[in-house]
Design a protein around this ligand. Structure first.
Ligand SMILES: *[C@@H]1O[C@H](CO)[C@@H](O)[C@H](O)[C@H]1NC(C)=O
Ligand SMILES: *[C@@H]1O[C@H](CO)[C@@H](O)[C@H](O)[C@H]1NC(C)=O
Ligand SMILES: *[C@@H]1O[C@H](CO)[C@@H](O)[C@H](O)[C@H]1NC(C)=O
Ligand SMILES: *[C@@H]1O[C@H](CO)[C@@H](O)[C@H](O)[C@H]1NC(C)=O
Length: 376
């Protein structure tokens, strides 16, 4: 009896032992020791490709509640299947202190294309006097805007919120009172609507006007490597407009830690950093990294070049419309010039659809030559 029990127990022990070995092998396979994971980053992705496939992602840090929420919402907005709009429109959003000197020129641009655009005007200082019927009743409730302060971003968000109410608006262009169109309406409409990217100026400037404006108080959500700079004049897709309006986490960081004259003499201008930083974190390949609004900084002054009546000729406008490279210059002593071809859906195209800054006096000139230079 006892002999029998002994002999029947022996194989049981062997089975248990083999099972234990198997389980631990599986465990090592599924949850490998950390050094395997980190050594993977040292090897080429080809060698590690299959490893990474089954390795759990190595979190660099634990996300905060707000960060996790922001990521989930962003991911969902970006993966939403677009409801096809019956009559897709572009929202032209004018951010201006008062009256728009180029209303008549814009009217020329818009006429004949009703149903394919909507206009919104945020006049932050005084009630504009409209000279074109297209602009009448297009003012939204506005608030005071201070240059370089968060109130600028607030005005941009206010314009977006108003324009998003119309579900036919699929693309959102921010323009100023000194902006003019460089092409005819059809060209602009097709350029913006037939691509999936937003045109947001964005680059990593290691100099004092870029990385120098970053504050460590932005941590942990915004690391220095994520900090970007770019002109505020954006042209964005509906999903990116939604991401900006859904965001309060990053917005609050900018509101608190990116403002003029903070931390001693350090200046930070939220309108030059908020959009490029947040959108390049949320959807890096969804933005073109250049703005479709041209501006000339080549004079190296505090303000960009302002074109006056005698300079505004057919030749000048032709020159601006034929630029096919976007240029960024670092603000450090090296002044590195970074040139990039403007690729639209992978094809070389002119970079710009709009331009600034034009003095009000150039209106007559532009009205005369508009049909000429927008032929191209
Ligand atoms: C835009 O994205 C949609 C859906 O992902 C795709 O079908 C379409 O081809 C894209 N268009 C362009 C111009 O890349
Ligand atoms: C824009 O720059 C980001 C880096 O900030 C890069 O990942 C992305 O591919 C760039 N987009 C395009 C269209 O080149
Ligand atoms: C236009 O571009 C050409 C070639 O770059 C330059 O020589 C000319 O001065 C420019 N004209 C104007 C009006 O900007
Ligand atoms: C515009 O084009 C027309 C026809 O080509 C020409 O007669 C006219 O002189 C041009 N005007 C200007 C200001 O270039």
């Amino acid at each position: 009896m006892s002999k029998r029990t002994k002999s029947s127990r022996r194989p049981l022990w062997v089975i248990v032992l083999i099972s234990l070995v198997c389980i631990s092998l599986i465990a090592v396979y599924v949850y490998p020791p950390k050094q395997y994971a980190s050594s993977c980053y040292l090897l080429s992705s080809k060698v590690c490709g299959h490893l990474e496939y089954w390795l759990p992602p190595v979190p660099t840090r634990i996300l905060t509640d707000d960060e996790l929420t922001a990521r989930v919402i962003t991911k969902d907005i970006l993966s939403m299947t677009k409801v096809p709009s019956k009559s897709p429109k572009i929202a032209f959003m004018f951010l201006t202190p008062g009256s728009l000197p180029f209303e008549k020129l814009w009217e020329k641009f818009f006429l004949g294309h009703e149903g394919r655009f909507s206009i919104y005007v945020h006049a932050s200082r005084e009630k504009p006097v409209h000279v074109s019927p297209l602009f009448i009743d297009r003012n939204i409730r506005s608030e005071k805007v201070s240059w370089g302060k968060i109130s600028m971003v607030d005005a941009e968000k206010r314009l977006l919120a108003n324009a998003l109410q119309d579900t036919n608006n699929q693309h959102f262009v921010l323009l100023s009172d000194s902006c003019v169109p460089l092409h005819n309406f059809d060209y602009v409409y097709n350029y913006l609507m037939e691509t999936n990217v937003s045109f947001v100026d964005c680059f990593a400037d290691p100099g004092p006007h870029g990385a120098g404006r970053y504050s460590e108080r932005m941590l942990p959500e915004i690391e220095k490597k994520d900090w970007r700079k770019g002109s505020q004049w954006f042209s964005i897709k509906r999903q990116h407009a939604l991401i900006l309006l859904a965001d309060s986490l990053y917005y609050t960081k900018f509101k608190l830690y990116c403002k003029p004259a903070m931390e001693g003499n350090k200046n930070c201008y939220a309108d030059e950093h908020y959009l490029p930083t947040v959108l390049s974190m949320a959807d890096p390949t969804g933005i073109a990294n250049w703005s479709v609004t041209h501006v000339d900084w080549s004079e190296g002054k505090w303000h960009p070049r302002s074109y006056r009546a005698k300079e505004v000729t057919f030749e000048l406008m032709k020159n601006i419309t034929s630029i096919e490279e976007s240029v960024h210059v670092t603000s450090d002593s090296k002044k590195i010039v970074m040139r990039k071809r403007c690729l639209w859906n992978g094809m070389q195209r002119p970079c710009y659809l709009f331009a600034r800054k034009f003095c009000p006096e150039v209106l007559e000139n532009l009205m005369n030559i508009f049909s000429n230079f927008t032929v191209f």
